[in-house]
Design a protein around this ligand. Structure first.
Ligand SMILES: [Zn+2]
Length: 214
């Protein structure tokens, strides 16, 4: 989201009015076409949660030592893998969904609300869950803000190759940010056989590529 620019030239009073103007301008320019979800969009969103709530732990399909080595879901979320709990986790963080233009993004979080772009509704249900999970993490504050990806960031954006994450605020420096938690969720889907290992690993690696350690 737009950052405010430095206002060093202004005195405090001007800063206040200028700040209000900027706020007004930014609010109106970015969210000018924001609207409630249509009935069809609301149904797609509801279907997303219904699908998420159907994902519950069954018998683990991979060997236990691999599971123990890579499973991070419980340490991140503080509860064992459960789609129903995860649905509540998301809905306790996102109070309202709107529809509007989101530029290069599929969705944007601000103050308890998520703005969903047109692209969200054409994603498959699993990708829609990943988007919601990611955005819900932004509700947990500044610790989970993105950092700039390195200038030599080598990985492709999985959804749109025209979007280059290098040098953009599209990475995380913490293991349990928006990308780390989606990776941990995908790992469980692979472990419980909801995704085959190839797809789970491809998707897991793609999310985890955005978690950078320096
Ligand atoms: Zn984000």
């Amino acid at each position: 989201m737009a950052d405010s620019k430095p206002h060093s030239k202004f005195n405090t009073q001007n800063l206040f009015f200028f700040g209000c103007f900027i706020y007004f301008f930014v609010t109106n320019s970015i969210f000018s076409d924001e609207s409630k979800l249509t009935a069809k969009q609301a149904r797609i969103l509801k279907d997303t949660f219904v699908y998420l709530e159907s994902l519950e732990p069954k018998k683990i399909k991979i060997d236990r030592s691999t599971y123990n080595r890579h499973s991070q879901f419980e340490s991140f979320f503080k509860f064992p893998f459960s789609g129903k709990k995860l649905s509540r986790w998301i809905q306790s963080r996102i109070k309202k969904f709107n529809y509007g233009s989101t530029g290069d993004y599929v969705a944007m979080y601000q103050d308890g609300e998520v703005l969903l772009g047109r692209g969200f509704f054409s994603l498959n249900r699993l990708d829609r869950i990943l988007v919601l999970l990611h955005e819900a993490r932004h509700a947990d504050g500044k610790n989970y803000r993105h950092v700039e990806c390195p200038d030599d960031f080598p990985f492709l954006n999985t959804r749109d190759w025209k979007i280059h994450p290098a040098g953009k605020k599209g990475c995380d420096s913490v293991p349990d940010g928006g990308y780390g938690i989606t990776a941990s969720f995908l790992f469980e889907l692979g472990a419980y056989g909801y995704l085959n290992q190839t797809e789970a690993a491809y998707r897991y690696n793609s999310e985890i590529s955005r978690v950078i350690r320096d």
